[in-house]
Write a protein that binds this ligand. Structure first.
Ligand code: LLP
Length: 402
């Protein structure tokens, strides 16, 4: 649902130029409250998967709501600390990283989930029982919106496959490693709540193997609606099922439940506003050529993702079908055969659900500038939170030797 009015978006676009990412803080708050209230009867901690959107103001806003934070690189860990999260509220779910990064994270005092036998062994050798750690397991469950964003299946690189559990246990015993938690993340855009229950069942079988266990981390991946008729993960139902599973688990041990939502918290809060540069018609389509491209929003080209687009300059206009294309010098299609209110050059188009993995996956391809970012604060004030690139940014790290 659109939370900012067309008029607000147009005013902001006129003030800051396009292409422009605009985020609505109140929507992030609303999504967080949805999670909190659904799970109020369980001992749950939410770690915002900040890979979705790392602008420091967004991190601070999410911190102010009471959430913790999940990171996927040492730099995200440093950004989280920079935003003011105490180390005990920061989780580093590592994936295929050099052991030095794990050591660095340990030095910063954050929670760490280790995802390989090799790093687990190094961790045991280095820290023994002295530093609690979680392990990321691969539960062999196929889930998620498409294969590119599925991570828990039997061909996935992520985590230690559950069938190697004896090896994990052997290392844990050999080095007396303090295994504080078990982690899985099976994919993104999981609508079916039973996927989480299946994951819980896989992990529950392993509880007796780890005497120091304090939490079960079920990762992120909650589905958000991208188009009319799309459903969101049913949080109430998920919370009920998770509670039931944890209340009835066969082992006499209280375990905290951790989640790592990314999209759920920030997707709907974000809009990418673009302006129409050129209209072009040929036998195949009427092309709407806009002043952005997959360098700014890669999801349609990369995952075939659907983003709702509205023509906020002519909301009452007659609907026609268009191909919405970017200005990148290769095929760069946002939408084909898409009904929009009649479009003219100069109109503002808005991409919805652009908060998660939008700006964050943007690049300078074609030597174009990355967009600016604006936050509409809880009090309604729109403030610039990232400047648009300038020409010097394109040259910043180049070393001129010729
Ligand atoms: N935890 C872990 C360990 C993850 O790898 C991810 C996402 C999350 C949590 C958060 O998942 P979410 O709640 O956002 O679905 N760029 C893709 C999504 C890739 C997700 C990667 N991992 C996209 O735009 O759809």
């Amino acid at each position: 649902m659109q939370q900012l009015s067309n008029e607000q978006l147009i005013t902001i676009a006129k003030n800051y130029g396009t292409p422009l990412y605009v985020y609505h803080a109140a929507t992030i708050t609303k999504q967080y409250q949805k999670l909190k209230s659904a799970f109020e009867k369980s001992d749950v901690v939410f770690f915002y998967a900040c890979k979705a959107l790392t602008n420091i103001n967004i991190l601070k806003h999410i911190k102010s709501l009471g959430a913790n934070i999940d990171c996927s690189s040492i730099n995200e860990v440093k950004l989280a600390l920079h935003a003011g999260f105490e180390p005990s509220r920061v989780l580093y779910t590592s994936n295929g990283i050099a052991f030095e990064e794990i050591e660095e994270a340990q030095g910063l005092g954050v929670h760490i989930n280790i995802d390989s036998l090799s790093n687990l062994e190094k961790f045991g050798q280095r820290f023994g029982h002295a530093y609690p750690v979680g392990i990321r397991l691969r539960p062999n469950i196929l889930a998620g919106g498409n294969l590119k964003i599925s991570t828990g299946h039997d061909k996935s690189k992520f985590g230690i496959p559950v069938e190697q559990i004896e090896k994990v246990v052997a290392l844990v015993n050999q080095y007396n490693i303090f295994i504080q938690g078990l982690h899985i993340h099976t994919g993104s855009e999981i609508k079916d709540v039973d996927v989480f229950v299946k994951g819980i069942e896989v992990l529950f079988d392993l509880i007796p193997r780890f005497r120091d266990l304090e939490f079960i981390d079920l990762g992120g991946g909650f589905k958000v609606p991208y188009k009319a008729g799309d459903a969101e993960t049913d949080m109430q139902l998920l919370a009920e099922k998770v509670k039931e599973a944890f209340d009835n688990h066969p082992h006499d041990k209280h375990l905290q439940i951790w989640f790592e939502p990314g999209k759920f918290l920030v997707s709907e809060s974000g809009y990418l506003v673009a302006q129409v540069n050129v209209m072009k018609e040929n036998a195949a389509a009427i092309f709407v050529g806009i002043d952005t491209g997959f360098n700014h929003l890669i999801r349609p080209m990369f995952y075939d993702s659907y983003h709702k687009i509205s023509n906020i300059s002519n909301p009452g206009g007659e609907e026609r079908k268009y191909a919405v294309v970017g200005n990148i010098c290769e095929t760069d299609t946002f939408a084909w055969d898409r009904k929009l209110n009649e479009v003219h050059e100069g109109d503002y188009l808005v991409f919805h659900n652009a908060g998660a993995y939008g700006f964050e996956m943007s690049s300078n391809f074609n030597s174009r500038y990355k967009p600016a970012e604006v936050l509409v604060k809880e009090d309604g004030e729109a403030v610039l939170i990232r400047k648009r690139d300038v020409f010097e940014d394109l040259l910043r790290n180049q070393v001129v030797v010729i």
